[in-house]
Design a protein around this ligand. Sequence first.
Ligand SMILES: Cc1cc2nc3c(=O)[nH]c(=O)nc-3n(C[C@H](O)[C@H](O)[C@H](O)COP(=O)(O)OP(=O)(O)OC[C@H]3O[C@@H](n4cnc5c(N)ncnc54)[C@H](O)[C@@H]3O)c2cc1C
Length: 443
Amino acid sequence: MAEYDVIIAGGGLAGSEAAYQLAEKGLKVNLIEMRPQKSTPAHETNNFGELVCSNSLKSLDKSSASGLLKKELMLYGSLLIKTAYECSVPAGGALAVDRVLFSNKITDIITNHKNITVTCDEIKELPINTKTPFLLSTGPLTSDVLAEDIKKHLGDALYFADAISPIIDAESIDMEKGYFLGRYGKGGDDYFNVPLTEEEYNTFYNDIINAPKTAFHDFEKMVYFEGCMPIEAMAERGKDTLTFGPMKPVGLEDPVTNKRPFAVIQLRKENKEGTAFNMVGFQTKMTIPAQIEVFKKIPAFKNAEFLRYGSVHRNTYIVSPAHLTRYFNFKSNKYLFTAGQITGLEGYNESIAGGLIAALQIERLVNNKPFLEFPKNTAFGCLSDYIAGISDFSSGKKYVPSNFHLGMLLPVREKIKDKKLKKQMQTEKAFKEAEDYFNQINM
Ligand SMILES: Cc1cc2nc3c(=O)[nH]c(=O)nc-3n(C[C@H](O)[C@H](O)[C@H](O)COP(=O)(O)OP(=O)(O)OC[C@H]3O[C@@H](n4cnc5c(N)ncnc54)[C@H](O)[C@@H]3O)c2cc1C
């Protein structure tokens, strides 16, 4: 192993980005990818940087979270985002790509890079005592043997499924249509309750039963266990099941009328500022358009802006706050890094960003330079804080995978009604900080 400066396990989005960045900095990289010797249940080709599902890298709008993240990725010279632009296909305001062209190009660049040696092999063990920088980027479908070995070292800190509830921008919720109250008066104003009449509940019930759902892959069937059941799976057990589960109204009597509603949707503050609320227990397999349609029918959510959508899927990920630092390496061994979906960052852009950040940090370590401290009010800073458990969205909470969203940035303090302008100000400020930091470290 010593003939290489860095070993990378997994040539997906994170691993390919990291390999390229390190190789461009003159480091000798050994990229170990198990395909085609062994594949995952979702990959269809032997290419590096294969997009396993949708061909969309989300919005291009500069004042959206994914727009800002892509701008930061471009600032730092991301190979994958640059290639995505080169392979883009018309998709309204989104960056969608010709996926075959995209991964062909990535594969070409990776396999022909003079500093990258590709090895086809399955990594079976986590090299916990490595002294050569090692990047684990084997993704949400990490092979079973390796996942078992990681679990042996991390114990309960390796999850195989995630169940995510939607997060809504607080300003987009009609606060006149509900009330702040913790169940039985506990929890102060941390919870906002949206009461539903029997009629409203019946409509909602029928809507979620009939809404289109994202299909489960065969390998995802095992993820249904109590505590992370999608709301629609609960609803299928009987019409009233939800009113005994996440929509239970007991202890949530309306403080004005003193009456108990028929059902309640509880929202919990996600951050100190209260700019984002989580729909408690509302993990769902409804498609994103269906989530928008079904939830927006409820008057309090008529204008809801979703910072994160609900989901339930097979996903191998480390409970990162227990094991990782802000620099994407393990607290127990500074040479052992990890990036991509396995760190609990959700999405293509976030996986690419993890690979890029980890590569920058590895280069610092190899060249005896202090780790980079990405400013907190930037997309890279927010992602670094999220995995380390020092973000409001991950600190002291059950660790669930997340995309980058605007709730993670500092809110705009000025009183501005125009939401678009507010987002623009927020993202411009964040990007300015990202640029200033970039210029400072490249001086
Ligand atoms: C079914 C599915 C659909 C998804 N759809 C979307 C979507 O539409 N949009 C979105 O934004 N995100 C989606 N994601 C989430 C995530 O963005 C992608 O999974 C993304 O590819 C993650 O990037 P990664 O680099 O972490 O992992 P991957 O891109 O999966 O790369 C991991 C690589 O490691 C290799 N590998 C695994 N185990 C080993 C081993 N032991 N030794 C060597 N190599 C190994 C794999 O073959 C693979 O090439 C989806 C995830 C899944 C599972």
